[in-house]
Design a binder for this molecule. Structure first.
Ligand code: NAP
Length: 171
């Protein structure tokens, strides 16, 4: 059984999260929000997301999931299954954040305890999408609007089927 974890994602209005290996927008402040939410935690990410970031993020543990044997990167832990990554993450006693990309979100969203979802107020083309998630199963407990070069809205959902261990946003 997986330990408690949160999903952290940013999507456009039309649910795009990525185009190729990139995120197709630059929004001032949104990265700082991601940092505040995830600071001190374990970041679990797919290999493609890791390669788009290119380095471990400071102040957090970076856990990469890949099916490739022998994949390594300095400063990161690598696992050949999501469950192996989650077992290791649980052993660290840090809050666990699944931070993408589309394949990881799709596999992990239904059983997340919490979803930190930022919606950037644009419509963009892309080829990676945030998955549908069962809104009936999640309660929206926080909404905050931010004005920036592109405005964005942060929302926090908690899964009412799961024990409420949602890491609180600290801004
Ligand atoms: N907007 C956002 O918040 C946000 C956040 C993160 C990422 N993104 C974007 O999302 C895109 C990447 O997402 P993606 O869906 O293409 O890829 P991804 O989820 O980042 O990574 C997929 C890779 O993870 C590994 N993997 C996935 N499931 C696995 C499993 N069950 N067991 C073992 N390994 C597994 C595989 O790696 P191998 O191929 O090495 O086996 C797979 O190819 C990029 O555009 C990125 O910029 C956006």
């Amino acid at each position: 059984m997986n330990p408690s974890y949160a999903i952290v994602a940013a999507q456009s209005r039309n649910h795009v999260i990525g185009r190729g290996s990139d995120i197709p927008w630059q929004v001032k402040g949104e990265q700082a929000l991601f940092k505040k939410i995830t600071q001190g935690g374990c970041l679990v990410m797919g290999r493609k997301t890791f390669e788009s970031i290119g380095r471990p993020l400071p102040g957090r543990l970076t856990l990469i999931v890949t099916r490739q044997q022998g994949y390594r990167h300095d400063g990161c832990e690598v696992f050949n299954s999501i469950s192996a990554a989650m077992t290791f993450a649980a052993s660290t006693d840090r809050p666990i954040f699944v931070v993408g990309g589309g394949e990881l979100y799709g596999a992990m969203i239904n059983d997340a305890q919490c979803v930190h979802l930022t919606t950037v107020e644009i419509e963009v083309s892309g080829d990676v999408y945030f998955p549908e998630f069962p809104r009936r199963q999640f309660d929206l407990i926080e909404t905050e609007h931010f004005e920036s070069n592109i405005n964005y809205t942060y929302q926090r959902y908690v899964n009412r089927d799961q024990e409420l261990l949602c890491h609180t946003k600290t801004v």
